[in-house]
Design a protein around this ligand. Structure first.
Ligand code: HEM
Length: 141
């Protein structure tokens, strides 16, 4: 095992040096989102700092850090929390493009990068809420 690869038994959170890594990742991600005509309208103008904090704390917690996200927000329920935003393949791809760029900027090729992307790719797809023709065309009884 090379020196840059985490040993068995330490979390990815520890391997990347803790919360500052996730704060930096989310900084880089939002740099992309702010210039993105598809995504920018979905994010709150008046609470970008809050959105930044929620994503960074969630990711820190997800990868083995402290449970601060849960303490502040409760159970993540990410699919439910994304329901207010229309997320189809286009939104998913834009989101992933900026996250992949952030991951590439902050991590060298290797295990950590692969683990992060191995989560983000299917998780971003799981946030889609455009499934099923006719599902959202009107009130259902
Ligand atoms: C790996 C996939 C994703 C993860 C882990 C993730 C994570 C999160 C988290 C933790 C929040 C804050 C939830 C809260 O506490 O209220 C959030 C909010 C949000 N997400 Fe995602 N998300 C993902 C994919 C997406 C995608 C594909 C979109 C596409 C548009 C998206 C758009 C948003 C928006 C607009 C918000 C509201 C911003 C806010 O005020 O917090 N997310 N996301």
């Amino acid at each position: 095992m090379g020196a840059t690869e985490p040993d068995e038994g330490i979390t990815l959170y520890e391997a990347v040096g803790g919360q500052p890594f996730f704060d930096g990742l989310v900084d880089a991600f939002y740099e992309g989102v702010l210039t993105d005509a598809v995504l920018r309208p979905l994010y709150p103008d008046d609470d970008l700092a809050g959105a930044h904090r929620r994503l960074a704390l969630f990711l820190g917690q997800y990868w083995g850090g402290p449970l601060t996200y849960m303490e502040e927000r409760g159970h993540p329920m990410l699919r439910a929390r994304h329901m207010p935003f229309p997320i189809g393949p286009v939104e998913r791809d834009h989101w992933l493009l900026h996250m992949a760029a952030a991951v590439e900027r902050l991590t060298p090729p290797g295990e950590i990068r692969d683990k992060l992307m191995g989560y983000f790719v299917p998780a971003a797809d799981a946030m889609r809420n455009d499934a099923g023709p006719g599902l959202q065309v009107g009130p259902r009884r």
